[in-house]
Design a protein around this ligand. Structure first.
Ligand code: GAR
Length: 215
């Protein structure tokens, strides 16, 4: 096949550049959801999405190593402990918003991010910020429901199934519009760890699917 004329190539690459959706991933711990996104991007599974930065609210977590290993700019933004809770949330949210604007971010993904965001970032990134939660919201969401606590509560309640939810972030906690859910059975003899493991596999697929759809 003959080579395309130079002007066509330029026009095409310019169009592609314009369509790139810059993603900021917020993390607090191990970062397996971040890793799923990194792997998906490498395999072309994020559509036009590009992970342009990672911010952790906790120092020294493995998620930061994953980001660095993938050559993604990684930052730590610690909550200011001396501030009262509401001000602490606002102040941290303000710093994350400033970094998101500086990095020209289109989509923020809370992937195992345990700080609660408040203030301007919610409005600025309305329909541009998503969260992955390890339950079938609205069940087992809200204050105090994160990580292993969610799975303990599901097992204690005798639910036959659980799963994960990707939703937009709004001014509440785990209350934003649901984008997609994936379900897993709760099995006899499940522990919080075995249930979490089964859900984690679905989380990774769900977060990638949601990002690909939005990016
Ligand atoms: C994930 O299971 C995520 O759903 C959960 O924290 C875990 C982080 O895992 N998030 C919440 O509970 C938010 N309310 P990861 O660091 O390995 O991605």
């Amino acid at each position: 096949m003959s080579e395309k004329p130079e002007y066509e190539k330029n026009e095409k690459s310019e169009k592609n550049e314009k369509k790139v959706s810059r993603i900021l991933v917020l993390v607090s711990g191990n970062g397996t959801n971040l890793q799923a996104l990194i792997d998906a991007e490498r395999q072309g599974g994020l559509g036009n999405g590009k992970i342009a930065g990672v911010i952790s609210d906790t120092a020294g977590v493995f998620a930061l190593e994953r980001a660095k290993g993938a050559g993604i700019p990684a930052y730590t933004a610690l909550p200011c402990k001396s501030l009262p809770k509401q001000e602490r949330r606002l102040e941290l949210s303000g710093r994350i918003l400033a970094k998101a604007l500086e990095l020209k971010i289109d989509l923020i993904v809370c992937a195992g991010f345990l700080s609660i965001l408040r203030g301007d970032i919610i409005a600025v990134y309305e329909r541009g910020m998503i969260n992955i939660h390890p339950s079938l919201l609205p069940k087992f969401g809200g204050r105090g429901m994160y990580g292993e606590r969610v799975h303990r509560a599901v097992l204690a309640s005798g639910e036959a199934e659980s799963g994960c939810t990707v939703h937009f972030v709004d001014a509440g906690t785990d209350t934003g519009r649901i984008l997609l859910q994936r379900t897993v059975p709760v099995l006899a003899g499940d522990t919080p760890e075995t249930l979490a493991g089964r859900i984690r596999v679905q989380e990774h697929a769900a977060v990638v699917e949601a990002v690909r759809n939005l990016a």
